[in-house]
Write a protein that binds this ligand. Structure first.
Ligand SMILES: Nc1ncnc2c1ncn2[C@@H]1O[C@H](COP(=O)(O)OP(=O)(O)OP(=O)(O)O)[C@@H](O)[C@H]1O
Ligand SMILES: [Mg+2]
Length: 145
């Protein structure tokens, strides 16, 4: 069973769109607890790489491992529920809904008890300094918030 203390390893990944090759032979180990930044010119394939590392998109070649385990497409749903987290550039939130209701969706689907979910949501919002906006609709928040 995967957990959050395992490294994510990319082995020899390649991706192209038609005749346009984005990257080839990309290998890297993303250690647990580490922070990685990707930089490069517009269109070089950063977003596509992130999408591939997070199984939103398929690579043409190569494989991904979580710890020692090779990640297969059938593991995707479980990993999204238990291990992966996303913070999308375009937010990916229900704009008309409150911050709290947006955050409640994921624990609800994972079967986390309501009380425990509420505690974790408050804790997370406190950490990023937006606890007071918990009941505001998302569209009222700034980009950074
Ligand atoms: N679904 C797709 N089909 C065809 N080409 C695509 C697709 N997605 C991305 N591309 C092309 O692949 C290249 C890399 O796109 P990507 O979005 O990964 O770049 P990026 O490095 O994130 O750029 P930016 O810094 O502008 O966000 C671009 O030339 C883009 O036009
Ligand atoms: Mg991008």
């Amino acid at each position: 069973m995967a957990d959050k203390t395992m490294a994510l390893t990319a082995e020899n990944l390649s991706k192209s769109f038609g005749s346009r090759g984005l990257w080839e032979g990309f290998s890297h180990r993303f250690d647990a607890g580490s922070l990685t930044t990707l930089s490069g010119p517009s269109g070089c394939g950063k977003t596509t790489l992130l999408n591939c590392l997070s199984l939103l998109e398929r690579v043409d070649q190569g494989r991904l491992l979580l710890g020692e385990e090779v990640i297969s497409p059938s593991m995707r749903r479980r990993l999204y529920r238990t291990t992966f987290g996303f913070l999308f550039q375009n937010r990916g939130l229900v704009e008309q809904d409150t911050v709290e209701r947006n955050l409640r969706l994921s624990p609800q689907l994972s079967g986390i008890p309501r009380k425990e979910a509420a505690r974790r949501i408050d804790e997370a919002l406190e950490q990023v300094g937006v606890l007071t906006q918990k009941n505001d609709p998302v569209f009222q928040l700034s980009g950074g918030e």
